[in-house]
Design a protein around this ligand. Structure first.
Ligand code: ATP
Ligand code: MG
Length: 574
């Protein structure tokens, strides 16, 4: 492409609305423009990058044996009512009515639709396994759209769905997708890690997220530096380091006038917050639930809901406390007769702790489980924190931040059972399909690549996803010789199948350099005064390495560099 003919509206200033680097650079490099909160246009440069990323994804999906299809964004409510998610999804789903008053949504994901297709079209075990995928826009009315396309309300996802005879088959299909995802991210030049994750509204038992490691990431990951364990903080498990070897003391009631928060009580009694046990009262579909957790830890509602198989879980509102004779700030496990009590596993190790006395301005000290009160069960109900140990190898866990770019799930029979999607097995019996689903955020991936690959001058695209692999920069606009030579390079390199941007604009060398660096083309051919001695310069954007070579060698050299760099990224086709 000739630069003069292409719409690349670069900006000098950093746009004030952009908080993270990728968002700033996507605006500045003329890749995207905002239409509404969380809704973006991809300008020509952006569109080219998207196509490159999509091509990598497509190749790896096809290589894994998955087949591409294309489902609509507009989906009838009936399918979602069958799975039960029309009610569950909440305000993140964009709902609308057609002219006849029928309910529809703009698909936030496609489990229902794919299950509908497969239950109609696939009847026999002989047609299994099968994995289907699409690359298509998704709609989610995010509560807080931000960071540009990173958390958008309309975004592009590659979603795939596998259908198997049984759990064994599912594991094989899942592993194929897992491997394909690893290859995709490697080819995009990313440093990433797969971590255990919670399945959320999508459902199923096992799921893993692919995290691109970045300081700006919204997700927190805990990992063990010794074994392979890594998990999203939503789910990460650890063990309390300190085990108190204390003799059990008799429980005693203490006046704590006006001291209700953990901090106030701990200060007042001159103990650490870890000496207290908080009693949190939740409202659930199975009635009230009391959860005991150490004073220095935060409750993890994902874990609580998963462990106790709860759909609804809300902290009891303070105005409802009196209904159950509860006193805000002084709730404790002793005397809570009508409330089911469970405790975080860390509480099991605690001795002589402090709890609320269920009476205003009073706490019990020296409380002990099984002596002063009982709980129905223990499990992991809290978030891990720094200082916790890996449950496998007892080494301290470490923390890092990541951007979730992909998520793979072993769904099992959740959708096939709810939507009566059956096939007939070898014996002719009807069985529900065993499903998996797999998503990669294509547009989020673009932002994640920039987060990991940029410098103060702009983006540094890996060769595999760059909108153009090479930019040709003739520095003197009035030199016919430079112009001719540029055009020769341009045509010869394009003929080799390389992607070239030829900066034919009548602007100063400074502007050309700044734009080339900003939009991040990985290889630059700089044609300057030395052309009359037959010499030109080539520069690698990433390392800033420059070499002067004979103009006659440019085409060969550039081709070699592009091929070598693509091979480094694990691209065999390049
Ligand atoms: P998050 O926790 O970030 O909201 P999610 O768990 O809702 O993500 P999935 O439903 O697993 O996401 O969707 C699959 C992939 O789609 C994600 O891994 C992410 O890359 C992408 N994605 C999800 N929500 C958005 C969004 N609002 N904007 C851009 N990409 C998104
Ligand atoms: Mg989400």
């Amino acid at each position: 492409m000739k630069y003069s003919e292409m719409l690349i509206p670069t900006l000098k200033e950093v746009p004030s609305e952009a908080e993270v680097v990728s968002h700033q650079l996507m605006l500045r490099a003329g890749i995207i423009r905002k239409v509404a909160a969380g809704v973006y246009t991809f300008l020509p440069l952006g569109s080219r990058i998207l196509k490159k990323i999509e091509a990598i994804i497509r190749e790896e999906m096809n290589r894994s044996g998955a087949q591409e299809l294309l489902m609509p964004a507009l989906q009838p409510a009936e399918l979602w009512q069958e799975s039960g998610r029309w009610g569950e999804y909440g305000p993140e789903m964009i709902r609308l009515k057609d002219r006849n008053g029928r309910d529809f949504c703009l698909g936030p994901t496609h489990e229902e639709l794919i299950t509908e297709i497969v239950r109609n079209e696939i009847r026999s075990y002989k047609q299994l396994p099968i994995t289907l995928y699409q690359i298509q826009p998704k709609f989610r009315d995010e509560i807080r759209p931000r960071f540009g396309v990173m958390r958008a309300r309309e975004f592009i996802m590659k979603d795939a769905y596998s259908f198997d005879l049984d759990e064994e088959g599912l594991k094989v299909s899942y592993q194929k997708m897992f491997d394909a995802y690893s290859r995709i991210l490697k080819r995009c030049g990313l440093e990433f890690r797969a971590v255990e994750a919670s399945s959320g509204l999508i459902g199923g038992k096992k799921s893993q997220e692919f995290m691109v490691i970045a300081e700006s990431g919204e997700d927190i990951i805990f990992y063990c530096p010794k074994c392979n364990y890594a998990a999203n903080i939503e789910l990460a498990q650890g063990e309390n380091k300190v085990i108190l070897e204390e003799n059990i003391l008799p429980m005693k009631k203490i006046a704590t006038p006006g001291k209700s928060s953990v901090e106030e009580v701990a200060n007042f009694l001159n103990v650490s917050p870890g000496k207290l046990v908080k009693t949190l009262i939740y409202q659930t579909e199975k009635g009230l639930l009391g959860v005991l957790i150490p004073g220095d830890r935060a409750a993890n509602e994902t874990k609580i809901a998963l462990s106790l198989d709860l759909k609804e879980l809300h902290l009891l509102k303070e105005e409802d406390f009196t209904k159950y004779n509860l006193i805000p700030g002084f709730v404790g496990p002793i005397g809570l007769n009508d409330i089911k009590l469970v405790a975080d596993k860390n509480v099991k190790k605690m001795r002589n702790f402090v709890v609320g006395a269920n009476e205003k301005d009073a706490h019990f000290i020296n409380t002990n489980i099984d002596i002063d009160f009982k709980v129905e069960s223990f499990d992991d109900f809290t978030f891990v924190k720094l200082g916790d140990l890996c449950t496998n190898c007892k080494v301290e866990l470490k923390e890092m931040r990541g951007i979730e770019v992909g998520h793979v799930f072993q769904l099992g029979k959740k959708y096939s059972e709810a939507m009566k999607a059956y096939f007939s097995d070898q014996k002719g019996e009807l069985k529900p399909f065993v499903m998996g689903c797999y998503g990669i955020g294509v547009t989020r991936l673009m932002a994640a690549i920039i987060e990991q690959s940029h410098d103060q001058y702009g983006i540094i695209w890996p060769f595999s996803v760059a909108p153009f692999q090479i930019v040709i920069l003739p520095l003197l606009t009035d030199s016919l010789e430079q112009k001719k030579r540029s055009e020769k390079f341009y045509h010869e390199l394009e003929r080799l199948g390389l992607e070239i941007l030829y900066d034919d604009r009548e602007v100063t060398p400074g502007v050309k350099f700044a734009d080339a660096d900003l939009i991040g083309i990985p290889l630059q051919i700089i044609i300057g005064k030395k052309l009359n001695q037959g010499r030109v310069e080539i520069k690698l954007r990433k390392t800033n390495e420059k070499f002067e070579i004979s103009a006659d060698d440019v085409v060969k050299k550039c081709r070699e560099i592009v091929q070598k760099e693509l091979e480094k990224l694990g691209d065999k086709s390049g």
